[in-house]
Write a protein of this length. Structure first.
Lengths: 315, 256
């Protein structure tokens, strides 16, 4: 291996914790790390990256116009450009919502193999671990090729400090803007002020036990108090109580929070597919025989309509 | 329009998966049409209704058994099927090359639909590789699709309800997300009718599928069972709530 390039995600002028964790993971098997930052670099960002072991920080300059800068095809081309210019033979990024639309583009353009949603990666050998079959199987995958691409599951590894000296390089990509795909509009409406599901430390999720849309606000209010992200089972989504973006599970988001609090969720195989890698699972359910009660860390038998308001009161 | 829908034959999500030789899964479980591909087939039918005279071709790379998944797609409304038959386990670089070659041979394509991912390998990339091989634009996790003035206007969901809308020139590749539509549930007559629809079988050698410059190979598989040992929190709701808060603060250290 020559050089590992890490696509960094930034929010509110801060490197996301999940990106810092990915740097820690990469640092275990790569000597020298290059960070690719696409939306401008500040002193704060440079300091954070250097404090976590990044040696080279690349300021990937994109056109200012947001409809160009935010176009995933433009971003992917910029990453590919950087990979070629800097002879990066490993490219890592988060298997985050943005990453799922970016890394496969990068891999396709490089015609390089890719594993998404890795929980562990060895950059020297090209081995990666990822879950398959709805979280029922952990597969170890061997990538071979000139350049290897890895999508790392957010929160797979917590960030650890590793201060180094970092230098900054500016790279401007003058490639033509693609004509066959243009970004017309984008919105952030539902995410404002709310924690992102895949990145949250705490998720509190509700299922059929909430019974209706009005009651579901109990989950949302509780989430706000706990600084948690609200989640849901598919039933709550299919009933129209919450948008699809809330869904955790095989056909929803796959999450690995520190704590997952499941309320009125039975724990179907498909729901588990999305949250079984949570560090701690707390299940609030009035049926002690529900599947989730046998496969959690703390079972809380009882009525969620009694317990959740108590949590709110005591916080 | 000539609409190609790439479909995959995958184990039922509710099936118990057993691992053989630490390397592969026991394949005696029921296999179905990948759930996201159901949205792709359904959307093709919606498009066909909007653009009369369109043809829907379901394409699948897989073993002989995968024919049943093509039949499901035909029952949902695809007109005919192409099975690229192989006993080999193909990674997405090879899969994309095979699907590309089959569509090139059969085409030309005006649109290629796929699911946003398959629920077995969860690779999330085949649609992008097909797009790159054709040099067609690609979007994934589409939740709405309109054809206007010869362009595809597609809204895709990121997360947290955030969406982005793209304008793609045709031909293009679209990875269907769950929000795109409600999958067609074939009636019994649909199923009967689908038995008469043609399925052509092709092989990798006859398609001259080129070797990929890299690969992804499964080297081991282990069951992912995280054995948890539940402890019970009892008492009044107020005592239970207090204990949960204590655990969040002191054990998980996620609350201060
Ligand atoms: C292809 C496929 C994909 C799927 N993908 C997903 C997915 O991604 N995510 C997902 O979640 N599901 C998915 N499902 C659906 C899944 O099979 C289950 O139907 C679903 O997860 C059940 O949701 P639930 O636990 O909310 O409801 P239920 O199974 O009905 O459970 C409700 C629970 O609430 C408890 N309860 C009721 N009232 C109260 C109360 N007052 N206080 C405390 N507890 C109470 C009950 O005891 C029960 O355990 C999928 C299914 C298929 C076939």
């Amino acid at each position: 291996m020559k050089q590992a390039g890490i696509v960094i995600e930034v929010e509110h002028n801060q490197v996301k914790e999940t990106s810092l964790g990915m740097i820690t993971l990469a640092g275990r098997t790569a000597e020298s790390l290059t960070a690719l930052v696409m939306d401008g670099i500040t002193r704060e960002i440079t300091d954070q990256l250097a404090a976590h072991g990044v040696h080279t920080i690349v300021d990937l300059v994109l056109p200012d116009a947001p409809e160009i800068r935010l176009n995933p095809a433009v971003r992917a081309a910029a990453v590919v450009h950087a990979a070629r210019e800097l002879t990066l033979d490993r490219v890592l990024g988060l298997s985050s919502p943005e990453g799922k639309d970016l890394l496969p583009r990068v891999a396709a353009l490089l015609d390089a193999p890719l594993v998404m949603d890795c929980v562990d990666v060895d950059l020297n050998t090209g081995l990666a671990n990822t879950s398959q079959y709805s979280g029922k199987v952990m597969a170890q995958i061997q990538l071979t090729g000139e350049t290897l691409v890895f999508g790392v599951r957010p929160n797979a590894v917590p960030p650890e400090p590793r201060p180094v000296q970092a230098k900054t390089v500016v790279l401007t990509d003058n490639e033509a803007v693609p004509e066959n795909i243009t970004l017309r509009s984008w919105d952030n409406k539902d995410s404002e002020g709310r924690q992102s599901l895949v990145e949250a430390d705490i998720i509190i999720a509700g299922g059929r036990g909430l019974k209706n849309k009005d009651n579901f606000s109990l989950i949302i209010d509780c989430a706000e108090k706990l600084n948690a992200a609200p989640g849901a089972s598919r039933v709550a989504v299919d009933e129209g109580w919450v948008p699809y973006a809330f869904q955790v599970g095989q056909t929803g988001e796959k999450v690995s929070p520190q704590v997952y609090i499941a309320c009125g969720i039975s724990g179907s195989i498909q729901h588990f597919a999305g949250m079984k890698t949570a560090k701690m699972i707390i299940a609030v359910n009035r049926d002690e025989n529900a599947a989730i009660m046998a496969n959690c860390d703390y079972q809380v038998p009882g009525d969620l309509f009694d317990i959740l308001p108590e949590i709110m009161k005591q916080l | 329009m000539q609409i190609y829908v790439c479909v995959k034959h995958v184990p039922d999500s509710a099936a118990n998966i057993h691992i053989v030789d630490n390397l592969k899964i026991e394949e005696s479980v029921p296999f179905l049409l990948n759930p996201y591909d159901e949205h792709a087939v359904t959307e093709a039918v919606v498009l066909k209704n909007q653009v009369p005279g369109s043809e829907i071709i379901a394409v699948c790379l897989g073993k002989k058994d995968a024919e049943s998944t093509l039949r499901s797609a035909l029952a949902m409304g695809a007109d005919r099927g192409l099975l690229v038959e192989t006993e080999k386990v193909c990674d997405s670089m090879t899969t994309a090359r095979a699907l590309h070659a089959a569509i090139v041979k059969d085409g030309p394509a005006d649109m290629i639909l796929t699911g946003k991912e398959s629920i077995d390998n969860e690779g999330m990339q085949t649609q992008f590789r097909i797009g790159a091989l054709f040099d067609f634009p690609v979007v994934t996790n589409a939740v709405s699709l309109d054809i206007k003035n010869g362009n595809a206007i597609v809204t895709c969901e990121l997360a947290g309800g955030r969406t982005r809308t793209f304008d793609l020139s045709l031909p293009c590749v679209i990875g269907a997300g769950r929000g795109l539509n409600t999958p067609i549930y074939p009636t019994f007559p649909d199923v009967v009718k689908s038995r008469k629809k043609p399925i052509e079988t092709l092989t990798l050698p006859e398609l001259n599928v080129p070797a990929a410059p890299g690969s992804a190979k499964i080297v081991s598989m282990t069951p992912l069972v995280q054995k948890r040992h539940p402890r019970k929190i009892t008492g009044t709701p107020s005592a239970q709530a207090a204990e949960i808060i204590r655990i969040l603060k002191q054990e998980a250290k996620v609350l201060s």
